[in-house]
Design a protein around this ligand. Structure first.
Ligand code: GNR
Ligand code: NI
Length: 170
């Protein structure tokens, strides 16, 4: 197992659109294990492959944060089930230290393949629905900061660029 480096905003590689997974082979299973290890080490509830610079349609999630609700989403697709939308505070391991309010659909259906390659479906609301939409955005090269005001986005970009310069010196 290995901890993977998480790309941080405004890294342009986070803007890559991910390609469909074609084969669930041993190297993909090893990558999934490394993504879970990386997500738990960073205390996140989700991680998209885009964030570790692998541009495949692959997500790991665990809303419990402790290994008991792990979900693997391969080639996920989402349908919005009704017009209800909900605002909630979001963070992102690729935008560390910043939380902003984002409005999203509150009731969705997810279809994906699991770690075993079998298709599954689930209906989601609230935090699970938020997290799924946040992760699918990563696979399209989108970040939650794209939904906030340009002023706030620019401020976050400047602060993270400064942090990256300091990280680089250390
Ligand atoms: O750990 C995470 N927490 C979180 C909180 C509110 C809304 C979305 C998220 S996802 C985030 C992990 C992450 O960056 N996934 O891409
Ligand atoms: Ni994220």
């Amino acid at each position: 197992m290995a901890l993977l480096n998480i790309l941080e905003f405004p890294d342009p590689r986070l803007r890559t659109r991910a390609a469909a997974v074609k084969n669930i082979d041993d190297s993909l299973l090893a990558l999934i294990d490394d993504m879970f290890e990386t997500m738990y080490a960073a205390a996140g509830i989700g991680l998209a492959a885009t964030q570790i610079n692998v541009h495949l349609r692959l997500v790991v999630m665990d809303l419990s944060g402790e290994g008991t609700e792990s979900l693997v989403l391969i080639n996920p697709e989402v349908d919005i089930l009704d017009d209800e939308r909900e605002r909630s505070d979001e963070g992102c391991l690729s935008v560390p230290g910043y939380y902003e309010t984002v409005e999203r659909a509150n009731h969705i259906r997810l279809r994906a393949l699991g770690r075993d390659g079998k298709p599954f479906e689930l209906e989601a609301k609230d935090l699970l629905a938020v997290c799924i939409q946040h992760e699918l955005d990563h696979l399209e090269g989108k970040l939650f900061v794209d939904y906030i005001s340009p002023l706030k986005r620019t401020r976050i970009r400047s602060k993270l660029e400064k942090k990256h310069r300091l990280d680089h010196q250390a």
